[in-house]
Design a protein around this ligand. Structure first.
Ligand code: PDD
Length: 285
């Protein structure tokens, strides 16, 4: 089936979908994005993802090129045209096309918008969850505002590649004080030997993950205590369980960190329970 992308007002065949060479997203990574899970052809937590998109745009003083109601139509239409039942929808908004100059382009420059959607193999994701994933740790090299979901992702790209070359699925980034910030494309969690569920507070040092918020809701609904505090790599390696959260992966158990098995080296029961329960605490549109 041929794929379709939405580019600045038009649905185009994916192979012909292009942005201008002077798009500021291309030249400066001057843009933001969101990734929503698609499940049974519906968007998961669209409202919260769009609220975060608006926040990211606001932090960078980029305008929203269309009302959220119209964007919602485009997201759903892109999912429909690509016949995605289970997968992801991606939206990117940049500061637009202008002659290359570091400072903002002239007022009135229209932001660019691209929406794509693709299917993901749910069976494969379940197999991954049943096995658990390996993570490595690396020094944090990103800028001071990872809370903005910017397309400026070079450190994340390098971290993910380093993970892949080490036979791992994710890299956890470690700040100057030895605390884990988050994964290259996910939030990081541990369950200590004492049973405390721990994740870093959503300050400027991490992306405030929507899946993270869903898991916090799920924990609260189950009456399971959790603490939002930084944790060290040593604490993570000594943890009973560990897992990651992201829209494209929901909850994935972590079974090793830098080659050290977490717990008994198999996916932990709480992580698997949170994965199973996840969508009961998400919103569908
Ligand atoms: N990544 N932290 C980072 C750095 C991320 O890139 C992501 C998501 C998350 C988790 O956020 P959420 O739960 O809202 O997806 C945390 C997306 C999926 C991506 O870049 O593909």
């Amino acid at each position: 089936m041929s794929r379709i992308a939405y580019v600045n007002g038009r649905y185009r065949p994916h192979r012909d979908a292009r942005v201008h060479v002077e798009d500021r997203g291309y030249q400066f990574a001057d843009g933001v994005y969101e990734v929503c899970e698609v499940r049974e052809a519906r968007l998961v937590d669209e409202r919260r993802h769009m609220a975060r998109l608006v926040r990211s745009l606001g932090e960078l003083r980029i305008g929203l090129p269309m009302p959220l109601s119209a964007l919602s139509v485009v997201l759903h239409e892109t999912v429909r045209r690509n016949r995605v039942r289970n997968g992801i929808v991606y939206v990117e908004i940049t500061r637009g096309v202008a002659r290359r100059d570091f400072a903002f382009p002239p007022p009135g420059t229209t932001p660019s918008i691209v929406v794509t959607a693709r299917s993901l193999d749910s069976a494969k994701a379940e197999n991954t969850a049943a096995e658990g994933i390996a993570v490595i740790t690396l020094a944090e090299t990103r800028w001071a505002r990872p809370d903005i979901k910017s397309v400026s992702l070079l450190p994340n790209v390098l971290a993910k590649q380093a993970a892949r070359e080490a036979g791992a699925r994710e890299a956890w980034l470690v700040d100057a004080h030895g605390f884990v910030t988050e994964g290259a494309s996910s939030n990081a969690w541990i369950i200590t030997a004492g049973g405390e569920v721990v994740t870093r507070p959503a300050d400027h040092s991490i992306l405030s993950g929507i899946s993270r918020a869903v898991v916090l809701d799920a924990l609260a609904a189950k009456g399971l205590p959790f603490t939002e505090r930084p944790f060290t790599v040593a604490e993570a390696k000594a943890a009973r369980e560990a897992f990651i959260t992201a829209a494209s992966q929901i909850v994935q158990p972590v079974v090793s960190i830098d080659g050290t098995p977490v717990g008994d080296g198999r996916p932990g029961p709480l992580a698997l329970m949170l994965r199973r329960e996840f969508h009961r605490h998400a919103e569908f549109t």
